[in-house]
Design a protein around this ligand. Sequence first.
Ligand SMILES: *[C@@H]1O[C@H](CO)[C@@H](O)[C@H](O)[C@H]1NC(C)=O
Ligand SMILES: *[C@@H]1O[C@H](CO)[C@@H](O)[C@H](O)[C@H]1NC(C)=O
Ligand SMILES: *[C@@H]1O[C@H](CO)[C@@H](O)[C@H](O)[C@H]1NC(C)=O
Ligand SMILES: *[C@@H]1O[C@H](CO)[C@@H](O)[C@H](O)[C@H]1NC(C)=O
Ligand SMILES: *[C@@H]1O[C@H](CO)[C@@H](O)[C@H](O)[C@H]1NC(C)=O
Length: 303
Amino acid sequence: MGVCGYLFLPWKCLVVVSLRLLFLVPTGVPVRSGDATFPKAMDNVTVRQGESATLRCTIDDRVTRVAWLNRSTILYAGNDKWSIDPRVIILVNTPTQYSIMIQNVDVYDEGPYTCSVQTDNHPKTSRVHLIVQDGQGFVSEDEYLEISDIKRDQSGEYECSALNDVAAPDVRKVKITVNYPPYISKAKNTGVSVGQKGILSCEASAVPTAEFQWFKEDTRLATGLDGVRVESRGHISTLTFFNVSEKDYGNYTCVATNKLGNTNASITLYGPGAVIDGVNSASRALACLWLSGTLFAHFFIKF
Ligand SMILES: *[C@@H]1O[C@H](CO)[C@@H](O)[C@H](O)[C@H]1NC(C)=O
Ligand SMILES: *[C@@H]1O[C@H](CO)[C@@H](O)[C@H](O)[C@H]1NC(C)=O
Ligand SMILES: *[C@@H]1O[C@H](CO)[C@@H](O)[C@H](O)[C@H]1NC(C)=O
Ligand SMILES: *[C@@H]1O[C@H](CO)[C@@H](O)[C@H](O)[C@H]1NC(C)=O
Ligand SMILES: *[C@@H]1O[C@H](CO)[C@@H](O)[C@H](O)[C@H]1NC(C)=O
């Protein structure tokens, strides 16, 4: 007991002596790191200065005595608190688990902690290192995701996850919107007889959503003028003629604009019998396709 003789803290001395009585640890022999598999303490614990550290030890019902030690100092033996440190509290003492918590961890708390158990009259230990990260000395790193030459279909939600071995990962979502100027995806020529209702429609894809304008030659068309209605909803704009007359036939221009640019398409409103570049042959081809589709469907239904 030479060491105890000149220690300034007699309480510590008492603890060491008591430990030896409790677990029959031979004098001068450090608490050995026993059986690799039992008791099972968790892996090394890393916490930031000021946070709480939980020390967990998995045990079984053969265990008759349990204790957690800081180096060779008992912190808790069963439910009895030996440590005078108010930051040390017991969390769980069940037949399967024995855990304590050290609150407001300081750098001085860093070091080996031992879960010591007595099973069938044999002391066994398991060691876990508490690693304390200096609160001030943290490093901040930036990480970038660079998407060069971004494409429209790369829009969407991206997830950034930062993790280290201290805490659960921190995940943030970043929504990426790829802006692009309008392009007109659908602008179909339409045939209508005089006296009927006619609708020209123009579809444009754009981010932000495009604004539409309709022109006949240089004249801008608006709802209420010449019996027409201009209506834009999302990426589709329609020009409605309530009562088509001869003078309505001709070419119209649909202009789609957003902050990145504009584009336009020419759409023809034509009367019965009109032959407009490719239009009639295209509709004939379509009709043909439709017909063969119908025939095919009939064929299919029969068999
Ligand atoms: C653990 O032991 C070290 C060294 O004696 C001491 O500085 C520290 O305060 C102790 N920590 C706890 C939680 O008992
Ligand atoms: C735990 O920490 C100690 C001291 O830093 C180290 O020697 C040991 O290899 C570590 N064990 C594990 C399982 O990481
Ligand atoms: C359409 O216009 C013609 C000529 O102006 C007119 O005779 C006819 O009554 C109108 N039809 C409707 C449904 O308004
Ligand atoms: C309408 O457009 C078509 C095709 O772009 C062109 O051939 C035709 O001459 C135009 N008609 C008028 C009246 O401008
Ligand atoms: C339509 O686009 C052409 C070519 O980009 C441009 O020259 C023309 O002025 C545009 N027309 C309108 C009405 O915006």
